[in-house]
Design a protein around this ligand. Structure first.
Ligand code: ATP
Ligand code: MG
Length: 430
C-alpha cells in the first residue's frame, strides 16, 4: 500500500477481534459508573485552542509540545484535537449551567490526541474514560471515586495495581513551597537537565515528576509540598485517607506525586502497575476546585480522573482475562430459491427469539457454506435445501458436539429446540 494510505503514526485501528473486547470493557465500566450515580456526557473532539491553554496551563508538556492544533482554514479559528477530556467537560458544564443549582456526576469515553513519541502504552490517538464530579467540596467524593476504581479493578479481574495518593494543597500553599523549591533547585542547577532548567522558573513542581534517573536524588531531597499544607488541606487529605482505610483499600502517600496538568489542587491520585513497563499509570486524577471559575463559570469544587483504555486492556490481556471471542448461536446454510426464502424466514424467527444468527450470504456449495459455518464459531448450523424447503423443514446440526445427531424438524420448531438445548447445556455447565 502506498505510504500515504497508512494510518497516521501512533494512531491505531482497533480491529474486530479486539474491538469486540473493547465494547465489553466499556460496558463493564459504564455499568459500574452508573452504579455510583454517574451519568454519560459526550463532548466534541475538537475544541477552541484557548480552552486547553487556559485549562491545562501554558507551561505543561501537553500545551507546550503535544497538542494537535490547527487553524480552521475556512474561518481562521484556532482549534485543537482534545488532548484530554476535563477541559471540554468543564466547558460544557459551564456553557449549559449544569452545575449552577445541582451537583453533577459525569463520565465520558473516547479518543484523545497527543503528539508524543509512540511506544508501548503510549499513542498519539489513545482512549480515555473520564469521570468528573462537580459541586462536592469535601473529601468524601474524592474517596468515593477511588473506591469506585478499586471496585472496577475487581470487576475486570485485575490485581496488583497500587494506589498512590498525595495532596497538592491550595494555590497559596503551593506558592510558598514553590519559592523554597526554586531556591533549592537553584543550588543544584548543574544537575538539572534541559527540561529542568526550562521549568525552573515556570513550573518547578513538574521537575519533581521527572523520569530522568539523574534527577532522582535531588528530587528526593527537595522540599516537600506536604510540609507546606495548612490545617484545612491536611484535614481534607486525612479525610480521604480515613475513608480509604475504612474501606480496606491499601495506598501509599507519594509526596512526589504531582500531575502533569496545572489545574489540580488538594487530592491527587494514581493507580500504577509494574506489568506495563514504563507506561505503568493506568488511571490518574484528583481535585481541581479552581478550574470551573478559571474558565468563566461560578466557583464550583470538582474532582475527577481518567483511565487509559489501551493500558487497562493490555493489563487485562496480560492477566489472561480476555474472553475468547464468541461466535453466533446459529449459522444458516441454504441452497436453492425456495430454500433461501425459507432461510430468511427462519433466521428472522431465530432472531425474534433472541438468538444471534448469521445467514449465509453469497451462495456457494453446501460444503463451502458448512466450512464457513464452522469457521464462524457458531454453535448450530441450520441447513435448508430443496427437500426441506418443499416440506417446510430444516436440518439442525450441533457444530460443537459430535455426539448430538443431526435432526430434521419443522421450521417453526427450530428456535424452541435450539433454546431448549442451550438451556440444557448451561444447566450442565453450572
Ligand atoms: P504519562 O505520565 O504516562 O504521560 P499523563 O500524566 O500525561 O500520563 P493523564 O493526562 O493523567 O496522563 O491521562 C490519564 C491516563 O491516560 C494516563 O494515566 C494513561 O493511562 C493514559 N494516557 C495518557 N497519555 C497517553 C498516551 N499518549 N497513550 C496512551 N495512554 C495515555
Ligand atoms: Mg503525558
Amino acid at each position: 500500500m502506498s505510504q500515504n494510505l497508512q494510518s497516521v503514526r501512533g494512531m491505531n485501528d482497533i480491529l474486530p477481534a479486539e474491538a469486540e473486547f473493547w465494547e465489553l470493557f466499556e460496558t463493564i465500566v459504564a455499568e459500574r459508573l452508573k452504579s455510583y450515580g454517574y451519568k454519560p456526557i459526550r463532548m466534541p473532539i475538537v475544541e477552541p485552542t484557548p480552552l486547553f491553554k487556559r485549562a491545562i496551563g501554558e507551561v505543561t508538556d501537553i500545551v507546550e509540545k503535544e497538542m494537535y492544533s490547527f487553524i480552521d482554514s475556512l474561518n481562521g479559528e484556532p482549534l485543537t484535537l482534545r488532548p484530554e477530556g476535563t477541559a471540554g467537560c468543564v466547558r460544557a458544564v459551564i456553557q449549559h449551567g449544569l452545575a449552577n443549582q445541582a451537583t453533577q456526576r459525569l463520565y465520558y469515553m473516547g479518543p484523545m490526541f497527543r503528539h508524543e513519541r509512540p511506544q508501548k502504552g503510549r499513542y498519539r490517538q489513545f482512549h480515555q474514560i473520564g469521570v468528573e464530579a462537580f459541586g462536592f467540596a469535601g473529601p468524601d467524593v474524592d474517596a468515593e471515586q477511588i473506591l469506585l476504581t478499586a471496585r472496577l479493578w475487581d470487576d475486570l479481574g485485575l490485581e496488583g495495581i497500587r494506589l498512590e495518593i498525595n495532596s497538592l494543597g491550595q494555590p497559596e500553599e503551593r506558592a510558598r513551597h514553590r519559592a523554597d523549591l526554586i531556591a533549592y533547585l537553584e543550588q543544584h542547577q548543574e544537575v538539572l537537565d534541559e527540561d529542568g532548567k526550562r521549568r525552573l522558573y515556570t513550573n518547578p513542581l513538574r521537575i519533581l515528576d521527572s523520569k530522568n534517573p539523574a534527577l532522582q536524588d535531588i528530587c528526593a531531597a527537595a522540599p516537600k509540598l506536604i510540609d507546606y499544607l495548612g490545617e484545612a488541606s491536611l484535614a481534607h487529605f486525612q479525610g480521604v485517607q480515613q475513608i480509604l482505610r475504612d474501606a480496606g483499600i491499601p495506598f501509599v502517600v507519594n509526596p512526589r506525586l504531582v500531575r502533569g496538568l496545572d489545574y489540580y489542587n488538594l487530592t491527587v491520585f494514581e493507580w500504577v502497575t509494574d506489568r506495563l513497563g514504563a507506561q505503568g499509570t493506568v488511571c490518574a486524577g484528583g481535585r481541581y476546585d479552581g478550574l470551573v471559575q478559571q474558565l468563566g463559570g461560578r466557583p464550583t469544587p470538582a474532582c475527577g480522573f481518567a483511565m487509559g483504555v489501551e493500558r487497562l486492556i493490555a493489563l487485562i490481556r496480560d492477566a489472561g482475562g480476555e474472553p475468547a471471542p464468541r461466535g453466533p448461536d446459529v449459522y444458516v446454510v441454504h441452497q436453492g430459491e425456495a430454500a433461501t426464502r425459507l432461510a430468511f424466514r427462519v433466521a428472522e424467527q431465530l432472531r425474534d427469539n433472541g438468538l444471534d444468527v448469521i445467514l449465509h450470504c453469497g451462495g456457494g456449495s453446501f460444503k463451502a457454506q458448512m466450512k464457513k459455518a464452522d469457521a464462524s464459531g457458531a454453535l448450530y448450523a441450520v441447513i435448508i435445501g430443496d427437500d426441506e424447503a418443499a416440506s417446510g423443514d430444516v436440518q439442525l446440526k450441533a457444530l460443537r458436539d459430535p455426539d448430538v445427531p443431526q435432526r430434521r424438524l419443522a421450521a417453526d420448531r427450530v428456535a424452541g429446540c435450539i433454546i431448549d438445548q442451550l438451556v440444557d447445556t448451561e444447566e450442565e455447565e453450572s
